[in-house]
Ligand binder design. Sequence first.
Ligand SMILES: CCCCCCCC/C=C\CCCCCC(=O)SCCNC(=O)CCNC(=O)[C@H](O)C(C)(C)COP(=O)(O)OP(=O)(O)OC[C@H]1O[C@@H](n2cnc3c(N)ncnc32)[C@H](O)[C@@H]1OP(=O)(O)O
Ligand SMILES: Cc1cc2nc3c(=O)[nH]c(=O)nc-3n(C[C@H](O)[C@H](O)[C@H](O)COP(=O)(O)OP(=O)(O)OC[C@H]3O[C@@H](n4cnc5c(N)ncnc54)[C@H](O)[C@@H]3O)c2cc1C
Length: 670
Amino acid sequence: MTSKNKINEDLANERRKCNFNIEEVTYILDGGKEKTLQRKKIEDVALNGGASVDDIPEEYLSARERYENAIRKSCIYTNIVKNEVLEITGIENYGSPVLRRTGDAFFKDISPFMLHLGMFVPSIIGQCTAEQQATWLPRALDMKIIGAYAQTELGHGTFIRGLETTATYDPETEEFVLHSPTITSYKWWAGGLGRTANHCTVVAQLYTQGKCHGTHLFIVQIRDLETHMPLPGVKVGEIGPRMGFNTADNGFLGFNNYRIPRMNMMMKNAQVLKDGTYVKAARHGKLTYGTMVFVRVTLVGEASFNLAKAVTIAVRYSAVRRQSELRPGSIEPQILDYPTQQHKLFICIATAHAFQLTASWLWNTFTAVQAEMKKGNVDTLPELHALSSCLKALSTSDATAYIEQCRFACGGHGYMLSSNLPFLYAFVVATRTYEGDYTVLLLQTARFLVKAWEQAESGKVVTPTVAYLNRHFTTNGKMIWDNSPEGIIRVFQSVAAGKISLCVRSIRNRITSGMDHEDAWLMTTVQLVNAAEAHCRSVILHTYWNEIVRLTKHSSDNVKTVLNQLVMLYLTYWALERTGDLLRYSTISENDIDLLQRQYEELLVKIRPNAVGLVDAFDIRDEILQSTLGSYDGRVYERLMEEVQKNPLNKEPVDPSFHKYLKPLMKSKI
Ligand SMILES: CCCCCCCC/C=C\CCCCCC(=O)SCCNC(=O)CCNC(=O)[C@H](O)C(C)(C)COP(=O)(O)OP(=O)(O)OC[C@H]1O[C@@H](n2cnc3c(N)ncnc32)[C@H](O)[C@@H]1OP(=O)(O)O
Ligand SMILES: Cc1cc2nc3c(=O)[nH]c(=O)nc-3n(C[C@H](O)[C@H](O)[C@H](O)COP(=O)(O)OP(=O)(O)OC[C@H]3O[C@@H](n4cnc5c(N)ncnc54)[C@H](O)[C@@H]3O)c2cc1C
């Protein structure tokens, strides 16, 4: 073995200690052996060309060079996908998470094509009629047209009903006239819009026959397909440097009485006829928000995957890194041996599992609701909206906090861009805001919870994810504390029920004392966010536990044991995090809390020997991890030194600025 492919001895030892079958866990996380094999096949085809490697790391490039480089790599990757990957996987895999994640090997930051596949194509699939799809979809999938999703404006993101861009129907020419009447009506933020896209989905207020019918979606060509020049009446550009997403050319867009054909309105859920008659969406008023629901569902899996990357980096690094002395003169321990380090990292492994299994469950719920809606039944949509809203909010928020925790766990080296942890953080922290801000989405869930509470109060049976509310009305007093997984979950459900109950009481009391409903709701929103968070926690705990029980039924004993230890760690961690709530809503005692703490510390000890095996089971290739600290071979120090050689600042022994500025300064007199 050369030093280049030699595995770090500490890491090799960790792998020898691992007592479970790593592949078995990978299969569970991927959703089955076949899915793992297909993922690996895709990765082999897409990555074995080595096209991902930049001669100069992208962080050293100027804004222009970075963008051009991102486009170059996006085109290479798209050609590989079109010509090689889809040959073996089929076109239905075009937008699959596996392909999106494999693409991470090409970009430390973001592909300018991400929103094309992430939202433009889904908006065509979800919002267009079959006839419209036949017109647009093949061209979009073949990259003959490249799109963005332009909804947010300079003045409004959250409040979609407040958007100002107008689309006014002109029956004379059978066209819509798009217009940006104010500075705040300019579209702002859309990924890929600034420099890359030649089309986009535009969300605008629809006017026809003198009446406004609210926001609708339109497909709009914004640039010439030959010259890429913005079309007359279109003003488009890039919004400027951001915390992350710097290769995503997030853009602005304004229209000056810009005309598009009538059939460019996405007409699956509402239509404007040739004469200007508006035909209302028959089934549900919010179906035009469907693309957002789809993306929220996929973001739970994204949160899991990015957290899995971060913790893979941090655990491998913590096995390689030695620091301090436990006793005078003793060998410096691996930092992974410190219980405080285990406390930082093992919860991240467990959370990545919890989110991955919850994401698959949510995806199945989403497809079931879609199937019902195809049959004309929209009854399950409110529950899906409530679930996808809170799960998106919590998974992105927790993943953000834990990725930062992984960076802290890597000390100073975690601050290096080459560790990839800062990029991961900058990417994931944005997911807490985009596709619906954290607070705003939890308040959407709270609306659903208050309604469900009122239904349960009146004796009606409520939908499955809030079924615990029915129990709330049949049991008296605090929930009996019980340290079993099912017991802990029941107590978390009681906490949620108790908090929702307090919200309802607050709202009612405020109304009784003279407030109108809107003000009473507004004054209760701090509690409502808290209640929605508690509900969502209980959903995740419940789903994670149920899925582990279901998926490990036929697993080997050691896999069962280690996955059980992780889920128990997760349940215990959250019980300890929420002791205040547990004391308020259950019979838990001081003694029970001491026991929980001991149980938690024992779990850290039990998981420790399998920690590296557990992150290996995420099976994230080095090309995708892109980290000096987290590679499979653990050559941390060598890779940090190799990276230094790529630093353009080190190309010449003396920087020109020395002669230009430093030397004159040194020679000048005070
Ligand atoms: C290769 C592909 C892989 C994919 C990889 C993924 C990677 C990432 C992909 C893409 C990156 C994405 C980049 C970011 C893109 C964006 O950010 S696009 C912009 C997103 N914008 C938002 O999310 C805005 C958030 N705001 C809203 O959703 C809404 O305005 C609101 C819900 C906050 C309020 O809407 P409003 O119309 O004012 O409704 P309300 O009056 O509050 O509610 C009325 C009732 O309607 C219910 N409702 C609301 N939304 C929905 C919905 N979506 N579905 C079903 N029902 C909905 C609401 O609960 C109310 O019900 P009740 O009256 O019964 O209480
Ligand atoms: C990296 C990135 C990429 C993006 N990509 C796209 C894209 O491709 N296409 C697109 O259309 N948009 C995109 N966006 C925009 C994004 O969807 C919005 O920024 C997001 O929905 C939040 O809206 P806002 O910016 O208007 O925040 P605001 O609504 O102004 O929120 C500001 C604060 O006010 C609070 N707040 C707002 N309303 C309420 C309320 N009713 N109750 C309580 N608190 C409230 C929020 O909680 C938040 O703390 C992107 C944003 C980012 C950061």
